[in-house]
Design a protein around this ligand. Structure first.
Ligand SMILES: NC(=O)c1ccc[n+]([C@@H]2O[C@H](COP(=O)([O-])OP(=O)(O)OC[C@H]3O[C@@H](n4cnc5c(N)ncnc54)[C@H](O)[C@@H]3O)[C@@H](O)[C@H]2O)c1
Length: 249
């Protein structure tokens, strides 16, 4: 099948990835929800027009190469890449294991790097240009769990570097930095009581007085992927209700 507009969302089985996929489906012929959890991606794809699930482990180079080759063969192009897949890790430095650190960096930083590198091969051969939107986090400014936050600051560096590298290809590269969105991601590793305290803390530091929703994040990604954002590159768009202006409590 040849297509006019192909969007890829990594971590498409997750809370934000599915919302981003649904938003992009309004302006795409195909939205590929690519996730290590392919069953979860299938469940989400079944609910979204023009969406398909695809198995992808962004930390595995062979998986990334196979994915991009498959997309190239089936559709001949990639127009939008949303690097959304990520993992987190415990907050405490003392209990942080080197292998945990390396896993977080492999998924959160190397994954987007490898996928962009592979997609650039298509952009060079098709000349279509494209859009990359990397999902970072408000915490790249505030600090927080050391491995996770270091990886998200790395995503900002990657965004700015690839914006320069890909500009001659007509590919913009930007990042979206959400504040807290209630998804399984934010519950990971927390007891009910810890989660309640975490929620209260985040509400208190958000001037607009509510959490971000997946649709808030999807709207920002959709804007950066839209024709109106064609001359914006290397930016970080905070979608935080003002929380990026406040010190962490
Ligand atoms: N939820 C929040 O409050 C919040 C805040 C700021 C930033 N973010 C960022 O938003 C993004 C999405 O978060 P979410 O809340 O939807 O999380 P989530 O855990 O619901 O989804 C993450 C998805 O990534 C997938 N994934 C993990 N490792 C993978 C790999 N190696 N290859 C492919 N897929 C992999 C998981 O299977 C999962 O479906 C992440 O980048 C996260 O850092 C989330």
């Amino acid at each position: 099948m040849r297509a006019e507009r192909v969007a890829v969302v990594t971590g498409g089985a997750g809370g934000l990835g599915a919302a981003i996929g649904a938003h992009l489906s309004a302006s795409a012929d195909v939205v590929l929800l690519a996730d290590r959890d392919v069953d979860g991606a299938r469940t989400q794809a079944d609910r979204i027009d023009r969406a398909q699930a695809h198995e992808l482990d962004v930390a595995d180079d062979a998986s990334v190469e196979a994915f991009v080759n498959d997309v190239g063969e089936r559709f001949g192009r990639i127009d939008v890449v949303v690097n959304n897949a990520a993992v987190t890790a415990p907050r405490e430095l003392d209990s942080l294991q080197r292998e945990t650190w390396e896993r977080v960096m492999a998924v959160n930083v190397w994954g987007p790097t490898a996928l962009c590198r592979a997609a650039a091969g298509l952009w060079r051969s098709t000349g279509t240009g494209g859009r990359v939107v990397n999902i970072t986090s408000r915490t790249w400014l505030s600090g927080g769990p050391v491995a996770y936050v270091t990886s998200k600051a790395g995503v900002v560096g990657l965004t700015r570097s690839l914006a320069l590298e890909f500009a001659p290809l007509g590919v913009t590269v930007n990042a979206v930095a959400p504040s807290m969105v209630a998804t399984p991601f934010t519950r990971t590793g927390r007891t009910e009581a810890e989660y309640a305290a975490f929620e209260a803390k985040h509400l208190a530091m958000t001037p607009m007085g509510r959490f971000a929703t997946p649709d808030d994040i999807a709207g920002a990604v959709g804007f950066l992927a839209s024709p109106g954002a064609g001359f914006i590159t290397g930016e970080v768009l905070h979608v935080c209700g003002g929380a990026q202006l406040a010190p962490s409590p």
